[in-house]
Design a protein around this ligand. Structure first.
Ligand SMILES: Cc1[nH+]cc(COP(=O)(O)O)c(CN[C@@H](CCC(=O)O)C(=O)O)c1O
Length: 401
């Protein structure tokens, strides 16, 4: 018999497995509110017009070839990605203290950064928020870091547990790595205020804690690219060092193209270039060099001011539709007199609402209403439309009464 007959069947992924279950459900009223992927009012995935236009331009350009990219990817993509996240006027970019390497979307950027840190950084512990994106602990553990958590969310207020955050980061060994969601925290939808970010920055710099930002939703939280990058830019402005993982999956709708970048901001230009040389030694045996198509779309859009503006308009429209779904769900629950305070639905920002529903209630909603969402009570608002809000509101009302 097979030499792999001992292999046990692994469980489905807590997030991506929701889509597997949804796809199996024959119900005509089923609703997929699991995966954080944007859907239109018609409930369909969206390819941005500006992305279609960029792809057409690429197709028409007969000079384009499909040669290997350099290990670090498309140089122009890396420059434009750094500019997008750090700002055109970033001192770090001006002083050439940033190295950016093209990776496989946000996950790949996190993994490459974690592998580098496990090899070259003296502290092997990374503190991640409690709760956080389900894949974070696996990415960092498999890269060789040891994962600890810091308090982040307060279930009673459904807001931040800021005191807990300060205490936990305040008692972390100096030099520890700290994972920070740049904006639109997943799964809670709760972000620090700018004042709280400044307090976090001061505390972290005073203990030489190393910030590792995960920016998967730039532009999706507020609808404004610069606003959603403010937390990162505060840290870069103080001249300190940080890691930033960037994803174009959501804000440019390039999910399956796997387009992202890892940036490392260093204190000196020569350090940045040595770091880049070591990042290449991580990437080469991992995936050798990144895919050309998605990054070429990003370059085509970011380098042309008209297409860039077109993108920002489409991005704002996606963010606005999500915000209107929040309002509609909140109003629908109020209209039903659903017991409980549901104001967190409109206070939280980004792709997700952390409803506060428990796994039993979630199971009930899946069984009785064919609503698919993660067992932690997270709902992807992008999966909702005006037509389906009543169905969800009925399900929540039924689950809590
Ligand atoms: C915070 C965060 N960081 C990184 C990623 C990775 O994105 P990518 O660029 O595709 O590698 C995601 C996607 N998380 C949503 C998408 C599905 C998934 O889990 O992956 C989600 O939480 O639904 C995040 O939510």
């Amino acid at each position: 018999d097979s030499v792999f007959s001992h292999v046990v069947r692994a469980p489905e992924d807590p997030i991506l497995g929701v889509t597997v279950a949804y796809n199996k459900d024959p119900s005509p009223v089923k609703l997929n509110l699991g995966v954080g992927a944007y859907r239109t009012e018609e409930g369909k995935p969206l390819v941005l017009n500006v992305v279609r236009k960029a792809e057409q331009m690429l197709l028409n350009d007969k000079s384009r070839v499909k040669e290997y990219l350099p290990i670090v990817g498309i140089a122009e993509f890396n420059k434009l990605s750094a500019k997008l996240i750090f700002g055109a006027d970033s001192p770090a970019i001006r002083e050439n203290r940033v190295t950016t390497v093209q990776c496989l979307s946000g996950t790949g950027s996190l993994r490459v950064g974690a592998e580098f840190l496990a090899r070259h950084y003296h502290q092997k512990t990374i503190y991640i928020p409690q709760p956080t994106w389900g894949n974070h602990p696996k990415v960092f553990t498999l890269a060789g870091l040891s994962v600890k958590t810091y308090r982040y969310y307060d279930p009673t207020t459904r807001g931040m547990n800021f005191q807990g955050l300060l205490e936990d980061l305040g008692s972390a060994p100096s030099g520890s790595i700290v994972l920070l969601h740049a904006c639109a925290h997943n799964p809670t939808g709760v972000d620090p205020t700018l004042q709280q970010w400044e307090q976090i920055r001061q505390l972290m710099r005073s203990k030489a804690l190393l910030p590792f930002f995960d920016s998967a939703y730039q532009g999706f939280a507020s609808g404004n690219l610069d606003e959603d990058a403010q937390s990162i830019r505060m840290f870069v402005a103080d001249g300190g060092e940080c890691f930033v993982a960037q994803s174009y999956a959501k804000n440019m709708g390039l999910y399956g193209e796997r387009v992202g970048a890892l940036s490392v901001v260093c204190r000196a230009a020569d350090v940045a270039s040595k770091v880049e040389s070591q990042l290449k030694l991580v990437i080469r045996p991992m995936f050798s060099n990144p895919p050309i198509h998605g990054a070429s779309i990003v370059v085509t859009i970011l380098k042309d001011s008209n297409m860039f503006n077109e993108w920002t308009i489409e991005l704002k429209a996606m963010a606005d539709r999500i915000i209107s779904m929040r309002k509609q769900l909140f109003d629908a629950l109020r209209a039903r007199g659903t017991p409980g305070d549901w104001s967190h639905i409109i206070k939280q920002i980004g792709m997700f609402t952390f409803t506060g529903l428990n796994s039993k209630q979630v199971e009930f909603m899946t069984r009785e209403y064919h609503i698919y969402m993660t067992s932690d009570g997270r709902i992807s608002m992008a999966g909702l439309s005006s037509k389906t809000v009543p169905h969800l509101a009925d399900a929540i009302h039924d689950a809590v009464t």
